[in-house]
Design a binder for this molecule. Sequence first.
Ligand code: GLC
Length: 564
Amino acid sequence: MEAAGAGAATPSHASMVDTDDFDLSRLLNHRPRINVERQRSFDDRSLGDLYLSAMDGRGAGGYMDSYESMYSPGGGLRSLTGTPASSTRLSFEPHPLVGDAWDALRRSLVCFRGQPLGTIAAVDSSSGEVLNYDQVFVRDFVPSALAFLMNGEPEIVKNFLLKTLLLQGWEKRIDRFKLGEGAMPASFKVLKDPKRGVDTLAADFGESAIGRVAPADSGFWWIILLRAYTKSTGDHTLAETPECQKGIRLIMNQCLAEGFDTFPTLLCADGCCMIDRRMGVYGYPIEIQALFFMSLRCALLLLKPEAEGNKDIMERIVTRLHALSYHMRTYFWLDFQQLNVIYRFKTEEYSHTAVNKFNVIPESIPDWLFDFMPSRGGYFVGNVSPARMDFRWFALGNCVAILASLATPEQAGAIMDLIEERWEDLIGEMPLKICYPAIEGHEWQNVTGCDPKNTRWSYHNGGSWPVLIWLLTAACIKTGRLKIARRAIDLAEARLARDSWPEYYDGKLGRYVGKQARKHQTWSIAGYLVAKMMLEDPSHLGMISLEEDKAMNPVLKRSASWIV
Ligand code: GLC
C-alpha cells in the first residue's frame, strides 16, 4: 500500500499496540519438522510429468531430463556464502549478481525483539545517506519469504506469519468505521524504543495509506505464504494451530460474506492491490480474482476438516471455487476467436438466453486491441462488470492464474504464447510490464484522476516492474516454457544491479529507470533471486503452484486452438 512517503508511516494511535498483549511467541519455539519426503509428494511428481509432456517440441534441449537428478531432498540447503546451495548442484556457474543480491536482501532484514521478522521495502544508500523505506509490506515480503524458504531459512517466514496474525487481531478503524475482522495489514513497522528497550509494531490497514484503501490482497498473500511454508518445510504444526486456523477462517469469512452479488468474483475498490493508486482497477480486477482463487484453494488444503467451524467454511469454499473458475474461464478469457465474438455482440439482450450477458457494447473495444491480439495466444482481461470490460493485460493476475491452475492448461499455454508473440510490448528491454497498454490523454485524466505519478508508460500505468520476474519464471516453469524465463532473466541481469535495483522502469520498452523509482527496492532484489533459484531447481515451484483440479473443469474451454 502506498504509504505516506519514505519512512513516513505515522501509525494511527489505535494501531500502536504492544504485542505482548497477544503472545504467540511460544509457537516460535516449535522447530519445524523438516519433512525430507516432501518432494516425493504426488503434487511434485505430477508436476514433473507435466514438465516432461509440456517440454515436447519446445526445444528445451533435455533440460528436464535432468529434473530427477536435480531433485534435492530437504530443499535448498544453505550455503556458506549465503547463496543458494542449489546453484552448485548444476552445471550453472552462479551468476556474480546472486551473491550481491543476497547481501542486499539481508541488509533489508528487520528484527523484532531480537528475531528477524521481515524485509523493509527499500534500503537506498545510493545518495551516501541511507534512505530507508522502512515498512514491511505484506505483498512485498512474499518474494523475500520465498527466497528464504528456498534457501532453507524458514524461521523468518514463520515469525512473519505469526506476527502478522497478531496484527489481524487488532481493532481496525477509519474514523468511526470498523474494518472487517479478517483484514490483514498492508504494511507494518517495527518501532524501536531504545530508552525502554522495547520494540513495538505499528501497522497500516489502509487507514494511513494514500487514498485510504484497505489491501484486499494482503490476507490472500498471507494464506498463500502459509501454504508455501507448509509445503516447503513439511511442518504442518504451524498451519494447524488454532490461531492459524482462526486467521484463515476470518479471511475466508470476510471474502465469502453474502451480499448483493450476482457474480462469484470479489467486488473491490480501486487501488486495493499491488496497483495501489487509482488506475481503474475497481470492480472485479484480475489481480484480486486470481489471488482470491489461489487463496481459496490454499485455504482448503490448510483447514482441518475436524476443527470447529471449519466444515461449513470448507463447503462454502468448494461451492465458490466451482462458480469462480467457471466465471473466470468463461467471461474473463479473451483470445482471437472470442474477440471476434465480442466484436459481433448484439446488445440489450434480456433473459436467460442472452449471449452478451454483461451487455458489453462492441464500440467499447479499444482500437489497440485489434492489432495486439495475436492469432495464437490469449489472456484473462483486466476486469469484467456490467457494460464494462477492461481489455488491458495485467501481468500479476495472469501469472497467478497459471500458478493456481485457474487457467486451464490450454489457457496457460495461450498466455505464454501471447507473451512470446508480444515480447516487445510486454517484456521490452526490462521484464515485465505491470499492465499493457498505458492509458493517456483524456482517458488518463478520467481514469487516474490526473495522477502525475501514473502518467503514460510510467509506474502503474504501463511501467515495467522487475519484481514480476519471479511470477513470470514460475509460470514459465509450470508451462514448460523455460526459454522465455531465461531470456527475461538475461535482460534483467544486464541492467538491474547496474541501475541499483530500481523499483520500476518507464517507457514503452521499459528502457528508463522510473521517474520516481526508489533504488535498492527489496522486492526487485528478491524477485530476481527467486527467479534464479527456481530455474536452477524447478522443484521449488511446488511451494507456489497448485495442480489442476479436474473437478473444476469448465463446460466451455477456449484456447488458441478453439474453433467456432
Ligand atoms: C508501491 C507499490 C506497492 C508496493 C509499495 C511498497 O506503493 O504500488 O505495490 O507494495 O510501493 O513497495
